[in-house]
Design a protein around this ligand. Structure first.
Ligand SMILES: C=C(O[C@@H]1C=C(C(=O)O)C=C[C@H]1O)C(=O)O
Length: 363
C-alpha cells in the first residue's frame, strides 16, 4: 500500500470517529431542546416555542466563534438546519408564504426557518396576513422590497389594515435564469413568461439577447415555469426552486441586470419579540398635512442618533391624513433612546403604530 492510501484510510477513520461524535452531540442538543419545550409548557400552556431573538443570538454566536476553514455563513447555514430540526421536535413551525410553490418567497421562508418548517403556499399577500391573524399558522413570509425594483406597495398597504406584527426579516440574493423544458426548441424561443418584477430586473439582458421575444407577465415565476412545460416555443425567467420543481433546464444563468439584486422579506406574526442585541424597528406614522411635517418627524431620530434604514411614503387611504410614512431604523423599542424617540414622534404624529422590533436578518 502506498503512503497516500494509508493516509486516506487514517483520514477516513478519523472522519468516522468525528461523525459519531457530531451525531452524539446533535442528539444531546436535540434532547436539550425537548427539555426546553417542557419548561416552556410548564410556564405557559400556549407557549410560543419558536424564539426569533434566541435563534438570531445562536447564529450570531456561531459566526463569531467560527475559526474556519468553513466560512461563517456556511457554518451558520448548517446550524440553521440543526436548530430547525431541534425546533421541529418541540413543535414544527407552520409558515404561510406568498405562493405558489417554487417562488422566491418560499425560498426565503426556508432560508429563515430551515427545511424542517412546514411551509404553506397562499395565493395572495392578504391571505398570508389572514392566516397569521386567524392563528392557522405561526408565521407568514411576504416580500417587502427589492434592491432593483423598490418597495412592494401591496405589503405595506396591507399593514395599514392589520394588527399583525413584524417578527423578523430575511434578505435573499435573487438570481434569475432563462429556463426551458426538454421539448423547447431553444433556437425558436418567441415568448418569455415571468413576473413583472423579474422582467424589470432582467430588462437590459432581455433587450440584448431576446429583443424580439414577446414578454408575457404572469402572477409568479413559478407560474411562468409551469407554463413553459406545455409550449415548445416558450421560455421562463425564474429561480432555482421553480426550475427544480418543474424540471426545467437553464439556457442562461444569473441574467439579472444588477449583480447584487436582492429582496427583503418580512416574517409576520402575533408576537412581540424581545431584544436580540442587533435589532431593527419598523413603524408606520400618519402625519397631518402641514409645512415642515417631514422635518418634524425625522428630527428626533437625528437628535438621538438613530440610524434610519428605510423611509417610504404611502398615500393614506382614510382621507383624514395625507401622509403615511413607513420607517425602519436600527434599535429595539425596549432600548431607552428608542423609547424616547417613539414618545416624541407620538406627540408630533396624528397616529403612530409600532409594527415590530425584531432581529436584523442574520443569514
Ligand atoms: C431551544 C429553544 O427553542 C427553539 C429552538 C432553538 C434552538 O434549537 O437553539 C432556539 C430557539 C427556539 O426557536 C429555546 O428557546 O432555547
Amino acid at each position: 500500500m502506498s503512503d497516500t492510501s494509508i493516509n486516506l484510510d487514517e483520514l477516513r477513520q478519523r472522519i468516522d470517529q468525528l461523525d459519531s461524535d457530531i451525531l452524539n452531540l446533535i442528539s444531546e442538543r436535540a434532547s436539550c431542546a425537548q427539555q426546553v419545550a417542557h419548561v416552556k409548557l410548564a410556564e405557559d400552556k400556549d407557549a410560543v416555542f419558536y424564539r426569533p431573538e434566541r435563534e438570531a443570538q445562536v447564529l450570531r454566536r456561531i459566526m463569531a466563534l467560527n475559526k474556519g476553514p468553513l466560512d461563517s455563513e456556511e457554518m451558520a447555514r448548517l446550524f440553521r438546519e440543526i436548530m430547525s430540526a431541534c425546533l421541529a421536535l418541540e413543535q414544527p413551525v407552520k409558515v404561510a408564504y406568498l405562493g405558489p410553490e417554487g417562488t422566491f418567497t418560499q425560498q426565503a421562508a426556508l432560508k429563515h426557518f430551515g427545511e424542517s418548517a412546514v411551509s404553506l403556499p397562499m395565493a395572495a399577500i392578504d391571505e398570508v396576513f389572514r392566516e397569521v391573524e386567524a392563528g392557522a399558522v405561526h408565521y407568514g413570509v411576504v416580500p417587502v422590497e427589492n434592491s432593483t425594483e423598490g418597495v412592494v406597495n401591496h405589503t405595506l398597504d396591507t399593514f395599514m389594515d392589520s394588527s399583525i406584527k413584524i417578527c423578523g426579516e430575511v434578505v435573499l440574493r435573487i438570481h434569475h435564469h432563462l429556463l426551458v423544458s426538454e421539448t423547447t426548441r431553444r433556437d425558436k424561443v418567441s415568448r418569455i413568461y415571468s413576473h413583472p418584477q423579474s422582467f424589470a430586473q432582467c430588462r437590459k439582458w432581455l433587450d440584448a439577447h431576446y429583443p424580439h421575444a414577446e414578454r408575457v407577465p404572469v402572477s409568479s415565476n413559478a407560474e411562468a415555469a409551469k407554463l413553459v412545460k406545455t409550449e415548445w416555443h416558450s421560455a421562463a425567467i425564474a429561480g432555482d426552486m421553480a426550475a427544480k420543481l418543474y424540471g426545467l433546464d437553464h439556457i442562461a444563468e444569473k441574467i439579472e441586470d444588477s449583480p447584487d439584486n436582492s429582496t427583503r422579506f418580512l416574517i409576520i406574526g402575533n408576537q412581540d419579540v424581545p431584544m436580540a442585541g442587533e435589532d431593527k424597528t419598523s413603524i408606520v406614522v400618519a402625519m397631518r398635512n402641514q409645512p415642515g411635517t417631514l422635518h418634524a418627524l425625522l428630527e428626533p431620530f437625528h437628535r438621538h442618533q438613530i440610524d434610519l434604514t428605510r423611509l417610504e411614503t404611502r398615500p393614506s387611504r382614510t382621507g383624514v391624513w395625507n401622509y403615511v410614512f413607513f420607517i425602519d431604523f436600527k434599535g429595539h423599542r425596549d432600548e431607552p433612546k428608542v423609547a424616547a424617540v417613539l414618545e416624541e414622534v407620538q406627540l408630533r404624529a396624528a397616529d403612530l403604530r409600532v409594527l415590530g422590533s425584531y432581529p436584523i436578518g442574520v443569514l
